[in-house]
Design a protein around this ligand. Structure first.
Ligand code: SF4
Length: 308
């Protein structure tokens, strides 16, 4: 049995967990390639019109994997964590949306479902999935705990690497964006690459102690419902005094981000902030121009502070 993993959405948050779990169970898998023009085109063709760019990209990756594997891996997350936080409805619905989009192809989907409000924890979800894959409970438990450890180690390495960037004298710019946007080769990487070319250190809000960030976010808004947005908001509070500017990068037309970005602009004053909308348009000339002007402002401010 070969599993196909779409390189989109939760892949960027959980790929170490998933890949280690499958490897420990001896399950073969393939991951779709980095997003490119063809994948986006496939996604745009099949996704429903109201979809955000990130959903279209996800659909494009699923479309790429059809016929290349036996099952496509599409986990479902509804509520998670000790606070029973929710996630954007696109994550909750993705299993059904994809199933419905490709109903004529009789798609075989491998999934797990996390919904802590209904007592479906991550461990329970992995146990069910492992059982479906024909594995024994003891094997599944072992694979899960090894995968959790690998995930923890990978996060620690990412965090240490990012903390080292703060030692640089270059301007540091915090990018507030979901991992599936900022790590995506087609829509997010042009931002980090351009910042590096302009002599800046991109600091990613999604690389953070997630629990600490969620706790911080509670102080900023008691009513924010989406856990992944909470992590980004809390990360701003953690990093704000160590960076020179903030970029909010959201996929078009993201409902949660449009609300949360407004709140961020009102609550976090004192640092230059720009709002970038990622729409998957070809070419990066417009993006580069906006980033150049933003970095110029930051460099001027930084010099003024040094010369004061
Ligand atoms: S949070 Fe925004 S970008 Fe992410 S899936 Fe939901 S609508 Fe799309």
């Amino acid at each position: 049995m070969k599993i196909g993993i779409p390189r989109a959405f939760l892949y960027y948050k959980y790929h170490v967990l998933w890949e280690t779990f499958f490897e420990e169970l001896g399950i073969e898998y393939i991951v779709s390639p980095e997003t490119n023009k063809d994948i986006l085109k496939r996604g745009t063709m099949h996704a429903i019109d109201e979809s955000c760019l990130s959903s279209k990209i996800y659909t494009g990756h699923v479309d790429y994997l059809i016929d290349k594997c036996d099952y496509i891996f599409i986990p479902r997350v509804a509520t998670l964590g000790s606070h029973k936080d929710t996630v954007c409805s696109k994550f909750q619905a993705i299993y059904d949306v994809i199933n419905n989009t490709y109903r004529e192809k009789n798609l075989k989907i491998l999934y797990y479902s996390i919904d802590v409000i209904n007592k479906d924890t991550e461990l329970k979800a992995f146990l069910k999935m492992g059982k479906f894959l024909g594995k024994k409970k003891v094997q599944i438990m072992k694979a899960y705990y090894i995968a959790k450890q690998a995930e923890k180690t990978a996060k620690m390495i990412d965090l240490n690497n990012q903390n080292n960037l703060f030692k640089s004298d270059n301007p540091k710019i915090l990018i507030v964006s979901h991992p599936y946007n900022i790590y995506d080769e087609y829509v997010g990487k042009p931002i980090t690459n351009t910042l590096k070319e302009l002599g800046c250190e991109p600091i990613l809000a999604c690389v953070v102690d997630e629990k600490q960030a969620r706790d911080k976010a509670k102080k900023i808004s008691k009513t924010l419902p989406w856990t992944f947005n909470k992590e980004l908001v809390g990360a701003i509070d953690i990093y704000k005094d160590k960076v020179d500017g903030i970029i909010l990068a959201s996929s078009f037309p993201c409902g949660p981000d449009s609300l949360v970005n407004e709140m961020i602009i009102r609550r976090f004053k004192g640092k230059p902030i720009i709002n970038l909308t990622l729409d998957g348009q070809e070419g990066t000339a417009g993006l580069e121009t906006r980033l150049e002007s933003f970095v110029d402002i930051i460099k001027i401010r930084k010099n003024e502070v040094v010369n004061e």
